[in-house]
Ligand binder design. Sequence first.
Ligand code: NAP
Length: 308
Amino acid sequence: MLDEVVKRCPPLPENSKFLILGAGFSGQHFAQAARALGGNVLCSRRGINKPGADFIFDSNTKILPSIEVLKDVTHILCCIPPAEDGTDPVLNSLKTTIQRLPLKWVGYLSTTGVYGDSEGEWVYEKNSPNPKQLRSKRRLACEKAWQSSELPLQILRLPGIYGPGRSAIEIIDKGKNKMIEKSGQIFSRIHVDDITGAILHLIHLNSRGTRPNVINIADNLPTSNVEVLSYAANLLNKELPKLESFEIASKNMSPMARSFWEENRRVSNDLLCKKLGYSLIHPSYKAGLKDCFKNLQMRAHASKNYFG
Ligand SMILES: NC(=O)c1ccc[n+]([C@@H]2O[C@H](COP(=O)([O-])OP(=O)(O)OC[C@H]3O[C@@H](n4cnc5c(N)ncnc54)[C@H](OP(=O)(O)O)[C@@H]3O)[C@@H](O)[C@H]2O)c1
């Protein structure tokens, strides 16, 4: 529903040039919308042959953007996760360079993992971060590094990201036959359309002088994974996967997978939606999964036509 994002959006600030650092799933989506709104947008990936790459930025190989790429950039969206050593790949390689640009806004995509475990309670931007997992401690260290960079920064904290091509629809379609059940466990999530829509809304507010430091971008309905997978199975008209208790399933989980189940929180979007006036395109997983299902059908139809 990128067309819906574009239709609703206010115009981009005049004479803006956008740099998307780490244009993977979320970054490419944002770039498409910003271009549809007439924006001048350049995207980095670590290889020039990767889809949507306009230039290479790789902090490991030290391939940095050229002067031509950086010239007159007014807005940066950073979608690159912390490096293995916990430092920030962009600030490590480009901090002084980007400090010299005529920047009006810098967005840093972070995670709601920095809040740690709230035992199922709502978490708000005003809550002090209390990360439990090492990856979330690294993330908080990167947030702090960005905050001390003296750039016109906004930290955007995201829960689980999903969207066309990366959702419970694809998981069920590929034949997942088990759903893990853990009593009282819920997860928050956000559709990639709303990451893009919210960022465009925030950029507009920034151009009018409003820029809160930290914003959660989450939908209205934190829910168990069982509900989400069941809803996807119903849309696909497939049998519901069997339930498996967390106690049994966790015995075969990777430490990374298990760590996601060790935290339980509801992420509030009150600041974004009630105070700053953003209206969600997919208020819950139900609307979001219908969109992913429609997209899967369109892709299936297109490939049938292509291959005859
Ligand atoms: N996935 C989730 O559910 C989730 C939830 C909350 C927050 N987040 C965070 O939100 C951000 C965006 O998520 P996403 O899923 O859209 O990300 P993604 O698709 O994984 O994209 C990450 C981007 O970072 C680039 N990158 C990674 N390491 C790099 C390095 N050392 N130097 C230069 N570029 C580097 C990747 O390059 P290539 O394009 O070459 O691979 C890619 O473009 C990430 O920071 C992610 O950790 C994700």
